[in-house]
Structure formats: structure tokens, C-alpha cells
Design a protein around this ligand. Sequence first.
Ligand SMILES: Cc1cc2nc3c(=O)[nH]c(=O)nc-3n(C[C@H](O)[C@H](O)[C@H](O)COP(=O)(O)O)c2cc1C
Length: 399
Amino acid sequence: MHNCISITDTLTYLGGNDRRIALFESAYPVPRGVSYNSYLLKDEKTVLFDTVDEAVAEQFFENLSCALGERPLDYIVVHHMEPDHSATQRRLLQAHPEVTVVTTQKAAAMMKNYFGFAGKTVLVKEGDTLCVGAHTLRFVLAPMVHWPEVMMTYVAEEGILFSADAFGTFGALPGSIFADEVDFERDFLADARRYYFNIVGKYGVQVQNVLKKAAGLEIRLVCPLHGPVWRRDFAWYLEKYCTWSGYLPEERGVAVFYASVYGHTQNAAEIVASAVAAKGVKVRVYDVSVTSVGELVSEAFRFSHAVFASTTYNNGIFISMEQLLADLAAHAWQNRAYAVIENGSWAPQAGGLMDAQLSAMKNMRCIGEKTTVLSAVNEESAAALRELAALVAADVLDN
Ligand SMILES: Cc1cc2nc3c(=O)[nH]c(=O)nc-3n(C[C@H](O)[C@H](O)[C@H](O)COP(=O)(O)O)c2cc1C
């Protein structure tokens, strides 16, 4: 049965929620599910903005059929060709042979590659417009936010921005589709941050370019492809995007990441975390073998400081810590202060190896000396760990 949700007199939400999906993009755990958003504008012409993932195809087609009624579908605007938004396009084009596809050249090429055809197509470029009655669509290119073919659509008459993957978030929609009807900060912010850094975080410069274009627009309604629709207090969320895409820390505080086989490196990490917290500094502690690497990356971006503690493993860094460091490098983690702790029973090496990787990232600052634990923490190494913690805490509080 259809479940269309009215956004304005002329704009309807047609998307659906998947709460069974385990891994988004086969990589990121989504315990709170995810929504796939699609929107229909009914003016003199009818305009569909994107389709949805196969997982919610039935819901979407029932919604579309209900929202269209007897009217034909005149246009589909394709903002992004990633299959979580385009997998149902082929079925849509077959069901609506009357529809004209409005998209970028790059997206049209991808449609041909995915489906073998692109239908009737109008190619648009930056700033092109399409009048559909009382509304005029203006197309805003957003390459690499987060694929090269991505564009957004701005509708000046009502200040609507169809923002593609930007401003999206993991997390299924809880009945209401509006950010002002949920507790976004409590229920969605961590997912939004994790979504941003793992999905588009690598492309901060491109996100900033789009934010500059958006700064000149009067935006009253933001319709992303995942997560809640924004019609109030969008400036708060925009500010988060400015911080995130500028690779700036969102909070002053310390993320402590440890990799430990038998618990001794964990012990060292906990001693540091407790000593930092005792100075009144916000700290979060993560076992990198337990928490998903996507969440670790997100937390590393959130805080101004990080401590990395790893056991030495066959002359190297422990595997899950190595994965975290590789992911941080891949997502262009930068502008942070860090400290390093290593453990080893005969030839500790993890600290030097971690430091080499961290110092190769952009604008990184190492605090204190690499601190070494030989097998288990003793009085001497505990004192060194507390000294390191004091330096880290002072650095957080000073800057
Ligand atoms: C598979 C394996 C490989 C290890 N390789 C090294 C090594 O190359 N150099 C070293 O000094 N210690 C090595 N160790 C010893 C660990 O550093 C030692 O077990 C340490 O106490 C681990 O800390 P944990 O209790 O936090 O796991 C290795 C341990 C394991 C289990």
C-alpha cells in the first residue's frame, strides 16, 4: 500500500526505509537502517527527483502511482547514478515510456552502462534551467559529492534544494520525514557524521565548492537522498558541513584507539584515558578490533586529538590498527594532534611504524614521545603513560 508523505502543496515524498540492511555499500554497518528518498513535484509538468534502491522498490512504485494518479510522468531528474538511487530507473523508464530524463552528460553515460539505454534525455549543465510551470528548476553541478556525475537542483520559487547525497544520513526515518520532528542531534547526528566522513569525507574540497554555491541561495527546504528533510534550522546542519568539509575538529577532546590481543595494551590505553578525563577533558575509548572502522574514522574526525596504542604484531602494527590508519589516510584525515603508545615483548616496533604513517598525513602534530610498554604495564611505564596523558590533556585545554 502506498505511503506518500506531503512536503508542500506540490511536493510529495515517495521514498522508503530499509531496516534489514546490515552493511551499506557492503562496508558500513547500519543498525538503525537507512532511507532511500525520492520526491515528486506536481506542477504543469510532473517531475520525479531520483528513484530508490531495489530494497524499497515496491513501496516506491506504489507511492509513485498514487502520487501521479492519472497524470503522465513528464520528467525524471537524475542527480546521482549510484545504484541505491538508480537501481529502479530501468523499471521506471519501462513503466513510463513518456518520461524525459534530465541529467548530466556523465550521468547519462552511466545510465547507458548500467542499463544499456538512457531513454529520452535532456542533458543539463551548470546553471541551466527548466521551467515546469510555477516552478523553475536550476541545476547545480556537484562533481565528486560524491561521484563525478552528481548534480543538485534548486527551485528558487520555494527555496528548495534537492541536495543528492549531501546532507544525507544513515538511519531509517521514524514515521516523520522532517528533521524538525525528530531529535536530530540525539538520534541522527552520529549517523550523519559517520555517513559524511565515510561516504563523501574524502572530497572536502568539492563539498566546500558546493557550499560556496549554496551560500548564494535562499534555502528554505533541503531534500537529500537519505535521511530527514530539512525545513527548519538548516543553518545548524550547514555549519556542521562547513566544519567537516574543512577537516576541522568538531569538538575539543581525545579519541583513544587501542589494539590489544591479551589486554595489556588496553590497560595502557585505559590508564591514559582516565588520566586525560581526570583533567576535565572529553575522552572516548575504542577497541579498534571491535568497533567498525567506519565509526572509528568518524570519531577520529570528530575530535581534535587522538591517541593510538597498538601491540607489536609480527614486527608490524596490529592488523585492525593498520586498517584504521589506512582508512584515515584514505579519507584524508588531517589537522590533528596525536600521541602514540606501543607494546612489544621482545622488539616493540608498532609505535614508530604508526608515527611514520600519522606524520605523513597533512598538518599532523605528535604530542610527547612514543611511549613503550614491555609486555605489561609496570610502575615505570605507568608513570610514562600518565606523563603522556598530562601533555595530551594540556594540549587539548591550551589550544
Ligand atoms: C602473534 C603475535 C605476534 C607478536 N609479534 C611481536 C613482535 O613482533 N615483537 C614484539 O616485541 N612482540 C610481539 N608480540 C608480543 C606482544 O607484543 C605481547 O603479547 C604483548 O603483551 C601484547 O599486548 P596485549 O596484551 O595488549 O595483546 C607478538 C604477540 C603475538 C600474539
